[in-house]
Design a protein around this ligand. Structure first.
Ligand code: UDP
Length: 493
């Protein structure tokens, strides 16, 4: 039998999970691990019809496979489709994963699956790994501080901080309560620990799912994080008290870039965008002055009300500076996109505004014309911005985005925060301050340049993330030995 590690990777089927898991897959493959990347059949089909189709063909030692997600067309159209997807996968996706691993073992030329790597929100795959008889590793897609805060949701609930007593607690200052007992985390506002503390419902489904999913990582052989040691040293120290094997291999975008540039068997082109990327925005950026453009995106899931969209739009219009704004279909409530922009906005910003439905965000952030990023503080976006050395205006709204934003503005000194209730005056003022020439803006740019250099050093040969990835690959090979021992024991029975 060929003694080669074979990782079967299965992310929760949305962009924020697929993108980092695919990067990890490429990095493992570049270090000699055989890879099977598993999409849902629905996404596989969607990708096959789009620009990413060629990437799906795979190559030597890197294959794509698909399993059903169990959703009906009606489920897919429902406003709570993400919840339905979560429940459906949990209910029905374990057996197809086990069957796939067994089928792969019978295939000529490929080693048997020796480990399962899952993203967050698919903890049922831990059971599948157990059934296959191989160790599991979780790539939890948030920062280390995001992960620790999610772990502590259970304690917050047990200590009575959440659920909130009534609606008034959302606005009466209660969310400013200091939380100073989470090991590794500096004193933070209760509201910054997570969006999930805002519930009034003692049985809140989302809160329970988050805390269960995070705590179930303790069952995995190792925890993989898209961060780097210098960025979050205290929280990583504290985390290692609970999780003996934590692999910090980020920023993944930087690690990919470094591997691609290494020239010897570097990682392949990791791109499985579920949306078509607008190429024209790159040409538009080429024509702009260095550092002059604000890039705006709220990731793949956020939904704004038409009122929020209007405050944002008129705030951007008021600044007189240039901006590139990703308004994806579905960004606005009622499944709307750019058609929901307020009347007169495009005319008022003509010549200094580019609206794209989706773009190649990493390239955009690294473009010399981009000097700032207005973001929802999703972790992938934040890590990409840190690597690109671009300061941020943060408007968090969900899950770990609040704590990411707290660290971006507080600990890392590279951001300004917008209030929860968007006001056009504040949008315009923060836009001006971020892109202007005040002492604060210059300091944020200096800090951003420092973090960019630190991210590059971490992912270069000898850096902490580079070495951590090496240790992970070694551990996967140990998993291989375990699997061989188990197979030998079975043969001997
Ligand atoms: N992204 C992109 N093009 C866009 C907007 C976003 O490629 O126009 C990517 C971005 O680079 C990031 C991901 O989508 O990798 C968004 O992930 P994040 O964790 O920031 O937010 P989520 O979508 O999970 O809320």
């Amino acid at each position: 039998m060929e003694r080669r590690a074979h990782a079967m990777l299965f992310p929760f089927p949305c962009s924020g999970h697929i993108n980092p898991t695919l990067k990890l897959a490429e990095l493992l493959h570049a270090r000699g691990v055989h890879v099977t990347f598993v999409n849902t059949e629905h996404n596989h089909e969607r990708l096959r019809r789009g620009a990413a189709a060629a990437g799906l063909r795979g190559r030597e030692g890197f294959r794509f496979e698909a399993v059903p997600d169990g959703l009906s067309e009606e489920d897919r159209r429902s406003p709570d489709r993400t919840v339905r997807l979560y429940l459906s996968l949990r209910r029905s996706c374990g057996p197809p994963l086990v069957a796939l691993a067994r089928r792969l073992a019978e295939r000529e030329g490929a080693p048997p699956v020796t480990c399962v790597v899952l993203s967050g929100l698919v903890s049922f795959a831990l059971d599948a790994a157990e059934e296959i008889g191989v160790p599991a590793f979780v790539l939890w897609g948030t920062s280390a501080c995001g992960f620790v805060c999610t772990l502590r949701l259970r304690e917050l609930r047990q200590r009575g901080y959440t659920p909130l007593k009534d609606e008034s607690y959302l606005t009466n200052g209660y969310l400013d309560t200091a939380i100073d007992w989470i090991a590794g985390i500096p004193p933070v506002r209760l509201g910054d620990v997570s969006s999930f503390v805002r519930t009034l419902d003692p049985q809140c489904f989302a809160l329970r799912v988050e805390e269960d999913e995070a705590n179930s990582c303790a069952r995995a052989r190792g925890l993989i994080l898209n961060t780097f040691e210098d960025l979050e040293p205290d929280v990583l120290d504290a985390l290692r008290g609970e999780f003996p094997r934590v692999y910090t291999i980020g920023p993944l975008a930087a690690a990919m870039h470094a591997a691609q540039g290494s020239g010897h068997g570097g990682a392949g082109p990791a791109g499985l965008s579920l949306w078509e990327e607008d190429a024209a925005c790159m040409a538009w950026l080429d024509a702009q002055a260095p550092g002059s453009v604000l890039y705006i995106s709220f990731g793949s899931l956020a939904v704004l009300s038409p009122e929020q969209l209007a405050e944002l739009a008129w705030g951007l219009a008021a600044s007189n500076r240039s901006f590139l704004w990703v308004v994806r279909p579905g960004l606005v409530a009622g499944d709307r996109g750019a058609d929901a922009l307020p009347e007169g906005f495009l005319a008022a910003t003509r010549g200094r505004c580019f609206i794209a439905a989706w773009c190649a965000q990493e390239q955009v952030l690294r473009h010399r014309a981009v000097g700032g990023f207005l973001t929802h503080s999703g972790w992938n976006s934040t890590a990409e911005s840190i690597w690109a050395g671009v300061p941020m205006v943060c408007w968090p709204g969900f899950a770990d985005q609040y704590i990411n934003s707290r660290y971006t503005c507080g600990e890392w000194g590279v951001g300004l925060r917008l209030d929860e209730a968007l006001r056009r005056e504040q949008v315009a003022a923060h836009f001006e301050e971020l892109m202007g020439d005040t002492g604060r803006a210059r300091e944020m740019r200096r800090n951003a340049a420092r973090w960019k250099a630190a991210a590059e050093a971490a992912t270069a040969p000898g850096g902490s993330s580079y070495e951590s990835l090496g240790r992970l690959v070694e551990e996967l090979r140990l998993g291989d030995d375990d699997a061989l021992a188990a197979a030998a024991a079975q043969d001997g029975r």
